[in-house]
Ligand binder design. Structure first.
Ligand SMILES: *Cc1c(COP(=O)(O)O)cnc(C)c1O
Length: 782
């Protein structure tokens, strides 16, 4: 630990005085935030850099969903107690920074995984630096108007960005066909727990080549300069919502090349500081992990740099690239596997296209040597039908392709990427995702953390497998009673927070049944909505007699251009309204759609859940990490046999969770003959809930949203066949499982025991474990 710790509090006072001329009493919240951040930063060594000795891992990701840094950094620096003292000495609430905006530079799980990896790598002593984009605006902020999603820009730097340092002198130039810009790095220290290691998150910002003194210009020159500045800044202006498939394709490709090229230039420059132009050590000095296909253009870019700037041969450049790069696949859904139109690609980065063509030619040679004929070859072609297949490029020109949960990797090997697995089986491997227990338990649930530490000590903070030691208390009534009382505290806190943020009252005595995640058809929030409607009708009719009061809580953002997802949000809000207005049921049923779900909201939600909803169609959710956050905080999973749910029940026991519905192999079987219309027509309960979309029960204010949802389920619409995600197939088994959870909740002791066993078995889902596996198997470090 650093020697400066003792000065932290004094430093806060000094900085307030020097920077703002204020005392702590006079300072605004934002001033205090900046002073606390700066004082905390002063406690780490100031010359942290990207040039550590030994092998360095570069984690390239278009998204880093970091959330709020200040509390996490105080925790990892061991300054949280001093901060608490500072607050209490001055009559301040430690939650004072909760209205500082999250750094939401990502959409969901993929970006949050990158953020958890940063925390874990720094903690387990792996040199890993994150490279990405410093978006001016992060993921939009969401609010509801009449139950419809509305969006506003996320100005995440409103209170400043006191954790990052601009490194002007390390900027690099990026050349597109008709545009050149600077990529300017902003470095944020990534502080491992105990501050034993400082890694870097380097985010690139796009800026014009020349900064003009606008006043000196005549009108014409002025207009030109303004346009150049705007065009340059446009590249890193916004984060793309990842379901917005058509939005600004060209700009999106520019973003990808921008941060890939900047990162690669940076890496090569650093390498040359030590080794000059001898590149024989490159792949033993650097491992580059590509988080999904967004940074895959890095591969031809590195080859371009090697050939054009270092005079290397193509064969050698490709060999080094292959030794250096590794690729993580995050999805099996074909519409999400990235492909670039050749014309578009050539219009943006013709210089790079050349090298894609060379890689394609080499692929053909290699496949021919393997005895693969012309017809078979089509499925491998990187350039095919005027499209560039980024996943194929990544698999071919890297040494490792990993899935993110066991079942996902098996699907890649046996189905989605089977042809590649056949020729390169040694390249495929699994790395089940994880989450950092520092943020998702130590920080988000201090009550539970304290309780655990009292029982088994605090070594779980850096070794989550230790939670297993709790299992010896699983039948201890006193322990489970305390565990239950902590859950009640967290539910009360969440209820208060929801009241404050969303103005909605929730009774904390209700079961908290929660589904929070991006809104997408495959995640099946609509299935959840239908199940609630069936329960509602069941209660009204007296079909359901015994029922424990339940609050169904949703949180999700829909991509702004994703009409159907927005329809689902409106539908759930309509259900919430109907139930609220129905005095026959509103004392036992409640539906809440919280607004603007983000990392900071998640930190309140995860500890308060009794039931974690993980109900994606089997075979669609690669892993999920929300499921792990819930488990770690002691919730049972109500879910399908999909993604990491499979491993959750493997760890905690199927008897302690609620698994339902069609499995991957079942869906394979019914696929060809699936007839949702028949199911709908032959089951009155299913018909009744689906018909609420069209029978006037709810009003979508003439948008046609509900009718469109109905059509997509019963008739099929746009590019998908009817009920593409098998909602009607799974609906009745889902409701049955949901009612089983509800019934089991009657026995508080037994129910909390299940929750407790889940928590105690969550150790393997630490991202520390995931990072160690990457380090050992893929990066070959430590
Ligand atoms: C963990 C997390 C996710 C991922 O949730 P899944 O349920 O795995 O899709 C998305 N958004 C936020 C804000 C998160 O914290």
């Amino acid at each position: 630990m650093s020697n400066y710790n003792n000065n932290f509090k004094n430093n806060v006072y000094t900085i307030l005085e020097l920077d703002y001329g204020k005392t702590i009493k006079e300072a605004s919240k934002i001033e205090l935030y900046n002073a606390v951040s700066k004082a905390a930063r002063k406690t780490i060594k100031q010359d942290w850099s990207l040039d550590e000795k030994g092998k360095k891992v570069c984690y390239l990701s278009a998204e880093f969903l970091i959330g709020r840094l200040v509390y996490n950094n105080l925790l990892n620096l061991g300054l949280f107690n001093q901060f608490s003292e500072l607050a209490s000495e001055n009559g301040l609430d430690i939650r004072i920074f909760e209205d500082i905006e999250d750094a939401a530079l990502g959409n969901g799980g993929l970006g949050r995984l990158a953020a958890c990896f940063l925390d874990s790598a720094a903690t387990v002593n792996v040199t890993l630096n994150g490279y990405g984009i410093r978006y001016r605006y992060g993921l939009f902020e969401q609010y509801f108007e009449n139950g419809f999603q509305m969006e506003t820009a996320d100005d995440w730097q409103k209170a400043g960005d006191p954790w990052s340092v601009r490194k002007e002198e390390e900027r690099v130039r990026i050349d597109f066909k008709n545009q050149s810009v600077y990529a300017v790095p902003y470095d944020t220290p990534v502080i491992g727990y105990g501050a034993t290691k400082i890694n870097t998150l380097r985010l690139w910002q796009s800026e014009p080549l020349e900064t003009f003194n606008f006043k000196l210009f005549n009108d014409q020159k002025y207009d030109k300069a303004v346009k150049e500045k705007n065009d340059a800044e446009a590249i890193t202006n916004v984060l793309y919502p990842n379901d917005d498939t058509d939005a600004g394709k060209k700009l999106r490709l520019k973003q990808q090349y921008f941060f890939s090229s900047a990162s690669l230039q940076d890496i090569v420059k650093r390498y040359k500081k030590t080794y000059g132009t001898d590149f024989s050590h490159f792949s033993s000095q650097y491992a580059i992990q590509l988080n999904d296909t967004h940074p895959v253009v890095s591969i031809p870019e590195l080859i371009r740099i090697f050939i054009e700037e270092e005079g290397m041969s193509f064969a050698k450049a490709l060999r080094i690239a292959r030794e250096t790069f590794a690729y993580t696949n995050h999805t099996v859904m074909s519409e999400a596997l990235e492909k670039w139109n050749v014309n578009l690609f050539k219009a943006v980065i013709p210089n790079v296209y050349k090298y894609v063509v060379m890689i394609q030619r080499q692929l053909v040679k290699e496949l021919t040597a393997l005895g693969i004929d012309k017809k078979e070859m089509i499925q491998y072609n990187i350039i095919d039908n005027n499209l560039i297949h980024m996943a194929r490029l990544a698999i071919y020109a890297s040494h490792s392709t990993n899935g993110v949960a066991k079942i996902h990797t098996e699907i890649l090997k046996n189905d989605a990427l089977h042809e590649w697995y056949e020729i390169y089986p040694e390249r495929f491997n699994n790395k089940t995702n994880g989450i950092t227990q520092r943020r998702w338990l130590a920080l988000a649930n201090m009550e539970l953390s304290g309780f655990i530490t009292d029982m088994i000590g605090n070594s779980w903070i850096t070794n989550l497998d230790k939670l297993k030691e709790l299992l010896k208390y699983q039948d201890d009534k006193e322990v489970l009673k305390q565990f239950d009382s902590i859950k009640i505290i967290k539910k009360k806190q969440l209820a208060d927070y929801i009241k404050e943020k969303d103005g909605i009252d929730i009774n904390p005595e209700f079961i908290f049944d929660i589904q929070v995640k991006r809104l997408h058809e495959y995640k099946r929030q609509l299935l959840n909505a239908f199940s609630i409607l069936d329960i509602y009708f069941g209660l009204k009719e007296g079909r359901i007699k015994e029922f424990n009061k339940t609050a169904f809580i949703f949180g999700a953002k829909a991509a702004p251009g994703y009409f159907r997802a927005k329809g689902i949000i409106k539908f759930i809000n309509e259900i919430a309204k109907m139930i609220d207005n129905d005095d026959e049921v509103n004392d036992k049923l409640k539906v809440v759609f919280i607004s603007n779900y983000n990392v900071s909201y998640a930190e309140k939600i995860m500890p308060a859940a009794d039931v974690s909803e993980q109900i994606s169609t089997a075979g669609t959710e690669a892993s999920g990490t929300g499921n792990m956050k819930f488990m770690l905080n002691g919730a049972v999973t109500l879910g399908t046999f999909d993604g990491a749910n499979v491993e959750i029940v493997e760890q905690a026991g199927e008897e302690n969770n609620y698994i339902f519905g069609a499995r991957v192999e079942d869906i394979e079987k019914i696929k060809e003959t699936y007839n949702p219309k028949k199911i709908y027509e032959s089951n009155d309960r299913i018909k009744r809930v689906v018909d609420t979309l069209i029978d006037g029960t709810f009003d979508d204010e003439g948008t046609g949203m509900f009718k469109e949802l109905y059509t997509s389920l019963i008739e099929g619409a746009s590019w998908h066949k009817a009920d593409h995600y098998y909602l009607l197939e799974d609906l009745i088994p889902y409701i049955d499982a949901k009612l089983r959870v509800n019934k089991d909740y009657s026995n508080t002791y037994e129910f909390r025991r299940k929750c407790f066993i889940n928590m105690a078995n969550a150790g393997t889902f630490s991202s520390d474990r995931t990072i160690r596996e990457y380090a050992e198997d893929i990066w070959k470090v430590n």
